[in-house]
Write a protein that binds this ligand. Structure first.
Ligand code: COA
Ligand code: AMP
Length: 628
């Protein structure tokens, strides 16, 4: 079959296509219905199937004779540790921790929040929740206490699993005070916390609430996998939207397992036994899908890397890991390779390592910019494959389908829609766009298995944010176009979401924080181009009448405030006081135009602008600051 045949089959007959693919996993009860609507009128895959994702990732692999194969390699240059777990060892640890969680009252359907650094216990805890049918919600370690508190209140976990600290290059981040503060701030209180004590910085435990991971596990009884329905949630992962309140993206068990297993072959060309490395973080969707679930469901060896692309200890770190473990597929964000290229432009460090097992590099999280693509291609001489996806979808919406047919690469394009995703471009009038005409990138319903069935506790929000804009379509929030050969180009968000070093952040949320400062009357936060991180946020601030401040001091205050309220990962480093903000006559801030001016791009003066002279003022201001 060619890509086009397989793709067409998946779109014209999704039920028979995904029925066949459901055979890739072992069900406790095979689904008789493949696709149906739930009571809320939403699509659901395999509604009467029963399975357990932890069983598929572990016990099933043992049954296939993989007990002695390495399942997980923990490589931590920041602690000088390498630890390997066979499938049998990982299964045992997961089964025991599932028993430990059960002893704390965690049952099927209960939520467990994980606020964890990149340590094996994070993976063990995720799989232990899945074993019980409990729903995990991992919160990235770079988020501040108040962000964690928002997620605790939304997910209402019975238990939180965390660690005493995380380690960031040369500094130790104490997690426990952040956790305690988050629990103080949240209205919902967990019954218990389980804390991994790390030798680099131990923490004190609160009596009757906190349990030491090791002590709890020492007496826990191993737990067998609990059958769940395909439609039961496996996890909730919060992602930034246009407002301050993050959206709890729900992932189900059945569709997810099928999509993960199938994607390993079709998108990545990976087989059981291969070594697969997603250099990401378990706090992000890439970490969920391709550090934990997909590689283990496929019987691969996966790598959990607690380090950075540079400075741990140098820009050869990625190549060292690939060589040490015979990595076949490396997946990371373009920003990571920009950091490597900056430190080692000639890729001299790459020459120290045997990369003969490495077959392909995959990039996602932001558009793979052509210079980074060219550099990687020249230095590695391997296929460099951009693929486009989102927390919401859990796997690639567009990719170069290696498992079927490797297409010629067009730099700047994520190649073609993935099977099951009927990707279309709609213009402002909601009509199909012509080739090369930019518009909103949408996916015609039904979305394939693996994509979010809803937003946690908020189906109206799910419908309003994604489904009600263009009837019958999922709105991706990205803009882009197809060229005349059907290659898809994703050009960036059409909403207030920005991508900073592969991390998705809401400028609306940053505006709420900046706007809460007592001196600030109004503000606009938007993303400006950054050579390393892709984008970084920039704040324009209007002061309250009569307020006089030292602008440098105000900037420092605002930077501190965003760090405290959102977290260091926001990388909010600049706030500029302006006298006026360009707006439409109806009062909407013209963010896109401001961004274009800040980036020195050509722009057209919007016809709806209230006062065009503000734009020339801004140009002068940015140019005086050496920006535009
Ligand atoms: N826990 C606590 N703090 C964290 C953290 C974590 N898990 N991750 C990041 N931070 C902090 C950093 O310490 C830093 O704090 P600082 O301002 O006090 O120095 C801040 O958040 C920003 O971190 P980061 O974005 O990592 O910037 P950097 O300049 O240290 O590193 C890169 C730049 C490009 C090397 C880094 O961003 C990177 O590796 N990006 C790849 C991201 C990725 O893999 N995304 C997944 C998508 S596939
Ligand atoms: P996240 O949900 O954090 O994975 O971020 C998803 C967003 O990142 C998408 O909506 C895009 O804006 C952007 N993105 C991810 N991968 C790509 C890609 N390959 N090309 C362009 N944009 C991408």
């Amino acid at each position: 079959m060619s890509y086009r045949d397989t793709y067409q089959h998946s779109i014209s007959n999704p039920v028979s296509f995904w029925q066949e693919k459901s055979e890739l996993i072992h069900w406790f009860k095979k689904p008789e219905t493949i696709l149906s609507k739930n009571k809320e009128g939403l699509d659901c895959w395999y509604p009467d199937g029963e399975l357990n994702t932890s069983y598929l990732a572990l016990d099933y692999q043992l049954e296939q004779g993989r007990g002695k194969q390495t399942a997980l390699i923990y490589d931590s240059p920041v602690t000088n540790t390498v630890q390997k777990y066979t499938y049998a060892e990982l299964r045992d640890k997961v089964a025991v921790f599932a028993g430990a969680l059960e002893s704390l009252g965690v049952d099927k359907g209960d939520r467990v929040v994980l606020y964890m650094p990149m340590i094996p216990e994070a993976v063990i805890a995720m799989l232990a929740c899945a074993r019980l049918g409990a729903i995990h919600s991992v919160v990235f370690g770079g988020f501040a206490a108040s962000e964690l508190a928002v997620r605790i209140d939304d997910a209402t976990p019975k238990v939180i699993v965390s660690a005493s600290c995380g380690i960031e290059v040369s500094k130790i981040i104490a997690y426990k005070p952040l956790l305690d503060q988050a629990i103080d701030l949240a209205s919902h209180k967990p019954n218990s916390c389980v804390i991994v004590q790390r030798p680099e910085l131990e923490c004190s435990l609160i009596e009757h609430r906190d349990h030491d991971w090791s002590i709890l596990n020492a007496t826990a009884k191993a737990k067998e996998p609990v059958p769940v329905l395909a439609t039961d949630p496996l996890y909730i992962l919060y992602t930034s939207g246009t407002t301050g309140k993050p959206k709890g993206v729900v992932r189900d068990n059945g569709g997810h397992a099928v999509a993960m297993r199938y994607s390993m072959e079709w998108v990545y060309g990976v087989k059981p036994g291969d070594v697969y490395w997603a250099a990401s973080d378990v706090g992000w969707v890439v970490g969920h899908s391709y550090i934990v679930y997909a590689p283990l469901l496929t019987g691969c060896t996966t790598i959990l890397y607690e380090g950075k692309p540079v400075n741990t200890p140098d820009a050869g770190a990625f190549w060292r890991v690939c060589a040490d473990y015979g990595v076949k597929i490396l997946f990371s964000a373009p920003t990571a390779f920009r950091a490597i290229r900056k430190e080692d432009p000639e890729a001299k460090l790459m020459q120290h390592y045997d990369l003969s097992k490495l077959e392909r590099l995959y990039l996602a999280g932001e558009r793979l910019d052509p210079p980074t693509y060219e550099w990687l291609k020249e230095k590695t001489r391997l296929p460099i494959l951009d693929h486009w996806w989102q927390t919401e979808t859990g796997w690639a919406i567009a990719c170069n389908p290696v498992g079927e047919e490797l297409m010629p690469v067009k730099p700047g394009s994520a190649t073609m829609p993935t099977v099951g995703f009927d990707v279309q471009i709609l213009n402002d009038r909601g009509e199909p766009a012509e080739p090369n005409e930019q518009g909103s990138v949408v996916v015609k319903l039904p979305m394939p298995p693996g994509c979010l069935p809803t937003v946690w506790n908020d189906t109206p929000r799910f419908k309003n944010a994604y489904l009600n804009i263009f009837d019958g379509y999922y709105l991706s929030g990205d803009g882009g176009y197809f060229d005349e050969e059907g290659y898809l180009f994703i050009m960036g968000r059409t909403d207030d979401v920005i991508n900073v070093a592969g991390h998705r952040l809401s400028t609306g949320e940053m505006e709420e924080v900046v706007g809460s400062h007592e001196a600030v009357a109004e503000c606009a936060v938007f993303g400006v181009a950054d050579q390393l991180k892709g984008q970084v946020p920039l704040g324009l601030v209007l002061l309250k009448d009569g307020v006089i401040v030292d602008e440098e001091e105000l900037e420092k205050d605002l930077i501190k405030l965003v760090r405290e309220k959102i977290g260091p990962l926001a990388c909010f480093q600049r706030a500029i006081v302006v006298e006026r903000l360009p707006k439409t006559r109806s009062g909407k801030i013209l963010r896109k135009t401001i961004r274009q001016i800040a980036d020195g791009e050509e722009y057209s003066v919007p016809s709806t602008i209230d006062d065009p002279s503000i734009l020339t003022d801004l140009e002068d201001r940015f140019s005086n600051l050496g920006m535009a």
